[in-house]
Design a protein around this ligand. Structure first.
Ligand SMILES: NC(=O)CC[C@H](N)C(=O)O
Length: 221
């Protein structure tokens, strides 16, 4: 297992993500500054949460133009697993790696609490360790988590079984209760607003995020 986590100016979940990956993968995780234009051989790339560039312009818009993202886009096209969490999800949509966009929460408030999710597909390297329709609890912490997509795009996601997670009690107004979506040529790109890296052991308040990292470990060894 060769994994890296990227840090942008304003990332604040990068260390959490690296710590979670290291705990489950049992291997050191490379830390990559966003100005790095090339990456070593990798199986998994983590695009972490936070407030890259202060969320100015639009969340993730400037980070999506960082030098490292050209390389992330290339690797995603080759089938490397790319996971974007929260601000990372916003960055992946802004980079065109995932369809749709994350806009201001319907309630116009920052939402920070555990939410119940349903695993909507197990057909991916990220979700195969869960049961189909399994209910899990992960924390969310965002003000721009409202997933929007046009009707044709939504139909494509549904027809291609690319909704990864749905909210049970939608906290932000997301279309079709979508909390996470899959993309990439091999369903190898995942973006999700909830934070699996903040739920990998009971001491953190829950361990339902662990199976996601475990799934990756089983896929890449
Ligand atoms: N925790 C995060 O990654 C926050 C994401 C984003 N900056 C928002 O508030 O919508």
């Amino acid at each position: 297992m060769r994994a890296a986590v990227i840090t942008f100016p304003g990332s604040n979940c990068d260390r959490d993500l690296a710590v979670a990956m290291e705990a489950v993968f049992g291997r050191p995780v490379q830390r990559v500054w966003h100005q790095q234009a090339e990456l070593p051989p990798l199986d998994v790339i983590g695009v972490p949460g936070g407030f890259s560039y202060g969320d100015y312009l639009r969340c993730g818009a400037m980070a999506a133009r960082s030098p490292v993202m050209r390389e992330v886009i290339r690797r995603a096209a080759e089938g490397v697993a790319v996971i974007g969490i929260c601000n990372g999800f916003q960055i992946l949509t802004e980079a065109g790696l995932l369809p749709g966009a994350l806009v201001r929460n319907a309630g116009l408030k920052f939402v920070c609490r555990p939410v119940e999710l349903e695993v909507a597909t197990t057909a991916s390297v990220f979700t195969k360790g869960y049961g189909l329709h399994e209910r899990i609890v992960l924390p969310v912490a965002h003000h721009d988590g409202n997933y929007v997509i046009d009707t044709d795009g939504l139909k494509r996601l549904q027809d291609e079984d690319r909704v990864a997670f749905r909210y049970r009690d939608n906290p932000n107004g997301s279309t079709d209760d979508i909390a996470g979506v899959l993309g990439g040529p091999k369903r190898n790109v995942l973006g999700l607003m909830p934070h699996p890296e903040r739920a990998i052991e009971p001491l953190l308040g829950g361990s339902d995020g662990r199976a996601l990292f475990q799934s990756l470990l089983e896929a890449f060894g």
